[in-house]
Design a protein around this ligand. Sequence first.
Ligand code: SF4
Length: 699
Amino acid sequence: MELRRRVEELLGPGGAVASRWPRYERRDGQRALAAEIALCLEHGGLLLAEAPTGVGKSLAYLLPSVLLALESEQRVVIATCTRSLQDQLFERDLPALLEVLGVRLAVARLKGKQNYVCPRALELQQGEGPEEDEVLETVRAWAAADPEGDLDRFPAADPEAFRRVRGRIAADPAACTLATCRRGRECAWVRARRVAAQARLLIVNHALLAISSGVEGLLPDFDVLVVDEAHRLEGVLLGQLERTVSRHRIEELLRLVGSPRERGRRGYGHGGALLARLRGYAAPLISGGGPPGATEAIERLARRVGEARQDLERLFVALEPRGARHEIYGARDRYRSAGDLLGGDFEALEAVLGHCAEFARGLQRLGLGLDGAGEAGGELAAELEQVAGRFAGVGADLQGLTDPAERDWVYWRTAGGRGVELHGLPITVGGHTRRMVLSRARAAVLTSATLSSAGDFSFIAGRLGLGEQHGVPYATCSTPSPFPLARQMRAYVHDGGRDEAAAVAEVVVALAAATGRNQLVLFTAHERLRRARARLLDVLPAGRLVLAQEWDGPAGIVSERFRASRGAILLGVQSLWEGVDFPGESLEILVVAKLPFSVPDDPLVEARGERLREAGSDPFHDDAVPEAVLRFRQGVGRLIRRGDDRGVLVVCDPRLLAASYRRPFLDSLPVPPRRVGSAADLAAEAARFLAGSEPVEDR
Ligand code: SF4
């Protein structure tokens, strides 16, 4: 029987899933979605599938994926954006489904290398203080007993102390290979890859999927790909493709090379910087069978370390943007030529490029000279080769970023706490999506709660380079929400005047006083959040909990505190617009400070706009509006997470009702928003609605 029919039967009334799934609820949308996905998996092609919260999207793609992997020789890869969803699928949803179906299947999850404990680093690491010593001891006991070595799963009694040591005991993606380390048998990362290679269904994350296209053997070949949280794929690909050079990146390499007396911080191998080790025990081995003049070569490189540090200092002083500190700090300053960056003086740049090339060449030659020098010599040779490769890489990046000639790239510099950084990105990820993600599978499903702008998928498809014109035709499907949203939600527009901080504070204070419910306030920029926070702290009565993302902790920490509180106010930017779950009373009021348009003078936005204009498109209507609509939908999606939730949305931006481009924003709301005269009236209406006694699911 074809896969689609089997999936429909299993999810249909009396089917195995319907009758055996714990707390199964009949969801017609889920069944229809699963059938569409099964069709795509069986016959190939690309499906963009939008399914809002409550549809049961995970089961809708897991079921056909499991059946296909069970009954054919095909391997399925499922990629999520967040590691938390990856864990939920692997630890909860997938085992439950296999049990319901009464089948066994080789399944695995694989995360990025830096998520696994490194036994070598763990052994060498010493705590800074008794708290860290205690954590390290517990991690050692846990690592000995837990074969997976996934640091996300370590049950930290002291999360703060664990957070501090985590980076120091994790596998370092850039600093080791199996050739440089003899601990392969104990290595959690090596083990995880071995298990992944055997799996018929493998759960990974977007970042690993993207990296794997350039790393031979990182993921086994696969036939079918399901990408969940697909609205975030473009951002992840951009993150992978971005080239960055900072002073820190080059200094880190110089530190690894060191001078003959320096020791390395992590103490890899026999401990200490490469030149110290070469001089200490390897030089005789090199001079025995290696290139003539090895000792002189080591001394020359040692002298070069000091010169390189001085030239690096000169270069990064020259790269500093000009202007008042408060104007340049944190700003993304676009440049289009080497002259924009350095004026006419390229001497320090050429010197640093020369050092990178010399270190790359010199270290590689020394490594070749260690060939055949026994196991320890072989390990050092591999380390030399790897650091040589990193010098070559940073040299190539520095050359590329200071000679911004690629027409399809955009370049900018930032100045901040870590000093000046140079950045470069491709303006569009289309070709990369096809090469890095889609070309590797014969069938692919991209799914998310938000993929369309008012039912139109062309924006996300355009951003990802999909469509007939790119040789990647796609089908789409949208599943309606199973929730009675019109009964569950009220939406208001508050026009509090031009001062955004004052308008937001006025409405939040009124809502807090009238309802006492949890409020999430979403901003489009940190600076806007900062101003509103200052205003709120001025006018709110004492005792009201106000949490601000980054101010009071990263998104995960402030979200936890918010979830556990009542009457709290959480101020968020960026990551809190999406992917956070606040069900029930943990979120009943959502305030959107402004429609979430990107900043028009951001280098990437500006460059994208230029390309669109050249192609005859209108960057505002064809790109900025649909992008903002998707982001708006993601933000609004935080409010109603369950069938019995009740929530109030307040948008403090009158453009939602007045702007010429308002229609797709309005169409994305399940209820039409109303303008209410004053903040006090709005708060009183919201309080009445939230106190409503009729159950929302009583249709
Ligand atoms: S290969 Fe060695 S150094 Fe690298 S993560 Fe594994 S144990 Fe650590």
